[in-house]
Ligand binder design. Structure first.
Ligand SMILES: NC(=O)c1ccc[n+]([C@@H]2O[C@H](COP(=O)([O-])OP(=O)(O)OC[C@H]3O[C@@H](n4cnc5c(N)ncnc54)[C@H](OP(=O)(O)O)[C@@H]3O)[C@@H](O)[C@H]2O)c1
Length: 329
């Protein structure tokens, strides 16, 4: 890595005039500071121009290659449908860019392994865009668990639902790698890696069922065996936002109203010995801020990289496959 390259702002290029780029990435980038959105690429040049004008990006360009190949870009944000993540993340890594790729990193564990191999071979830095591990509430949760606040963890019960109002959406397409499990069920699975420690699940370790639209599952529930611990997860597109999560231990419980994108009104409640302690999380205004602040600091060689894709993405992808087998068998 060339530290001198990053003495100024980190120059970001965005792939896709995507909703998540507008609603979360760019506001987080503004709050984090130290980075600038220089290019946004769309399949359609006019859409790229309009997106750049309306959302504070220096320039819109046609075609994702225009960003990936640009020598004026240090880091690429991949905000494309899941089925496109592998190809464009690999292209960006091969051009030596740092990459923040939206979750899930790929469709399936084989693609995930190939992308991680590219990251290793090129030495370029790759993050999968789960931003909650960078946030203060998550560290607080892990500190409580490590300190024995609820004894030994036995179960993680975690949900992620929201109401998908658009009838045309990448999440409803099998070809684009959609489905409730990949879109929001991946969050409980990623959280389980941090909270459940006995062993990762393998084929046959999940039971569950799903309902769908004929192409992808739109609601799903599953119980996943992690050895002496289990994950009980629910996910779907058919009800108001709900990410309520409980960590259940031998001596107590921790309840979080929102472990993934907490707001100031959310709570972390510790229940033990008939007592209840209620905390509100310390949060940035935007969920992506802490992750982007960290990435900028890493690129300036001021911090050691944390939560890189190679630490977690393959485990996430494998567990997603184990869970999907529960209803596809
Ligand atoms: N981390 C989070 O909190 C979070 C939250 C929401 C979504 N996400 C993830 O972000 C990614 C994008 O989600 P989104 O909600 O922003 O989706 P979106 O608004 O539909 O954006 C996806 C973009 O992909 C591009 N694209 C390329 N090929 C496409 C195709 N065949 N059909 C549709 N779009 C195509 C489009 O950009 P152009 O037409 O401009 O090229 C489109 O704007 C997904 O991986 C999703 O899982 C993450």
């Amino acid at each position: 890595m060339n530290a001198a390259k990053f003495t100024g702002e980190v120059r970001w290029g965005i792939l896709g005039a995507a909703d998540i780029a507008r609603a979360q990435f760019l506001p987080g980038l503004r709050e984090a500071g130290g980075g600038r959105a220089v290019l946004v690429a769309s399949r359609d040049g006019g859409r790229a121009d309009a997106f750049a004008r309306n959302h504070g990006v220096d320039q819109g360009v046609e075609g994702y290659d225009s960003v990936v190949d640009s020598p004026g870009i240090d880091a690429v944000y991949v905000a494309l449908p899941n089925s496109h993540h592998a190809r464009w993340t690999q292209r960006a890594l091969e051009m030596g860019k740092a990459v923040l790729c939206e979750k899930p990193l790929c469709v399936g564990s084989a693609q995930t392994a190939a992308v991680l191999e590219t990251a290793t071979e090129t030495g370029a830095l790759l993050w999968e865009s789960f931003v909650f591990p960078f946030q203060a509430q998550h560290r607080r949760l892990l500190d409580l668990l490590a300190g024995g606040a609820i004894g030994e963890v036995r179960e993680l019960n975690s949900l992620f639902y929201f109401n998908l109002s658009r009838s045309e959406d990448i999440r409803l397409s099998e070809e684009l790698g959609g489905g409730a499990l990949a879109d929001v069920g991946c969050y409980p699975i990623r959280l389980a890696q941090e909270v459940l420690s006995t062993r990762d699940p393998s084929a046959g370790d999940a039971v569950g069922f799903a309902t769908g639209n004929g192409a992808v599952e739109t609601e799903a529930v599953a119980i996943v065996d992690y050895g002496r611990q289990r994950l009980v997860l629910g996910c779907g597109f058919g009800r108001a936002v709900d990410t309520f999560t409980r960590v259940l231990g031998t001596d107590g419980q921790i309840h979080l109203t929102n472990p993934f994108h907490p707001q100031p009104a959310d709570t972390l409640v510790l229940r033990r010995d008939g007592k209840e302690t209620v905390e509100h999380p310390t949060v940035d205004a935007r969920p992506f801020t802490a992750a982007l602040r960290h990435i900028h600091a890493v690129l300036r060689e001021e911090e050691t990289p944390a939560h890189l894709a190679d630490e977690s993405s393959l485990r996430t992808a494998r567990t997603l496959e184990v869970v999907a087998q529960a209803w596809s068998a």
